[in-house]
Design a binder for this molecule. Structure first.
Ligand code: ATP
Ligand code: NI
Length: 335
């Protein structure tokens, strides 16, 4: 029983190229001593070569866990179920959930790059930025002679002065470490880049510089999954946007359509919070991921909620076009 608008057929993937990454029902749970954290729940995503997909949502909704799950980087108390497949342009698809550490090591960096959310802690402290970058370049096929100019080029691409490359990580500001981490992730030229808050600590011109760099990668055929709190950033560069709330994707649509006519009340709330819009924060707080309701997790904060929201919202499709809400704001074609 539901009062939701008729399910709109997902534009999902009709007429789109074959996916580079296909995520199907991905679910991550963390076992704690006396509770289970529902960090990522039944996630469906695809990205095409050339696509920039932004994943947005409040702190703690599961964005970084998603990225780490794709690379097999979760700690031992995590259980991952569902599927995530990488379809390289050559060779067999890789089952990222089931394939095991050996195969994942061949994927990390080379096939899927990661700009980690806290780069300062991820950088090896005893090597200069140049040494880290040159080692990475050489590990991915550049000769010693090629590595030096390639490192300078990458530094310039991310807006880092060549002299800054000769510093040790502890001598770098947060923003410089961020740019070095981005350069390191770009060095193997991966066809898919997971960029987790890659503009943290950067001032506005460098934010835009970094975003435009990611956009150019997509224009040259790579795919980027950009994790960000910054909706303005997503608007600037994303083709599609997936909005996460309390471990689930609640709306996944083309960026322009989502900004022009958000369909999920949570998305509308995030847009209303923007300074250039109503500048009104979403009232209330997200729920504890150890104690999620059976029905819509946003209902307690939602001014459209009714009794039916105690039931899980059906959703229109599993890819682009997905809106998981009993009372969506816009009906008709989601794209
Ligand atoms: N190792 C772990 N054990 C238990 N819970 C964890 C673990 N790692 C992450 N979590 C929980 O999983 C949830 C999702 O975390 P995640 O880091 O993905 O959030 P996020 O959306 O990236 O937030 P932010 O925007 O603040 O980076 C959070 O509730 C977090 O506390
Ligand atoms: Ni995060």
């Amino acid at each position: 029983m539901t009062t939701s608008a008729p399910a709109v057929p997902a534009v999902a993937d009709t007429g789109r190229q074959p996916a580079l990454l296909e995520v199907d029902g991905l679910t991550v749970r963390f076992r704690l001593r006396d509770a289970v954290v529902h960090a990522v729940t039944d996630l469906h995503l695809t990205t095409q070569p050339g696509e920039l997909l932004a994943v947005v949502g409040e702190s703690g909704c599961g964005k970084s866990v998603l990225a780490h799950a794709l690379l097999g980087l979760l700690p031992g108390n995590a259980t991952v179920t569902g599927q995530a497949r990488l379809h390289p342009s050559t060779g067999e698809p890789v089952d990222l959930v089931g394939c095991g550490e050996r195969q994942l090591r061949a994927v990390r960096g080379r096939r899927i790059g990661l700009v980690p959310q806290s780069p300062a802690t991820a950088l090896t402290p005893v090597r200069t930025g140049r040494r880290l970058l040159e080692e990475t370049l050489r590990a991915h096929g550049r000769t010693r002679r090629e590595a030096t100019p390639a490192a300078d080029r990458l530094a310039a691409d991310v807006g880092l002065a060549a002299a800054d490359l000769d510093r040790y990580p502890h001598e770098l500001s947060g923003g410089m470490a961020q740019r070095l981490a981005t350069a390191l992730a770009l060095a193997p030229d991966p066809p898919l880049l997971l960029a987790d808050e890659p503009t943290t600590g950067l001032d506005r011109p460098l934010v835009e510089h970094t975003l435009d760099l990611l956009r150019r990668r997509c224009d040259n055929g790579a795919a980027v999954l950009l994790i960000t709190h910054d909706l303005a950033a997503a608007r600037r560069v994303a083709d599609t946007i997936a909005v996460m709330y309390a471990s689930r994707i609640v709306e996944h649509r083309p960026a322009d359509a989502l900004f022009d006519a958000p369909a999920h009340p949570y998305t509308a709330g995030l847009l209303d919070a923007l300074p250039e819009r109503a500048f009104r924060p979403v009232p209330g707080h997200p729920p504890m991921l150890t104690d999620l309701p059976v029905g819509c997790a946003f209902a307690p904060r939602c001014d459209r909620a009714t009794a039916v929201c105690h039931e899980p919202p059906g959703s229109s499709g599993t890819g682009v076009g997905r809106v998981a809400c009993h009372h969506r704001l816009t009906t008709g074609a989601p794209a």
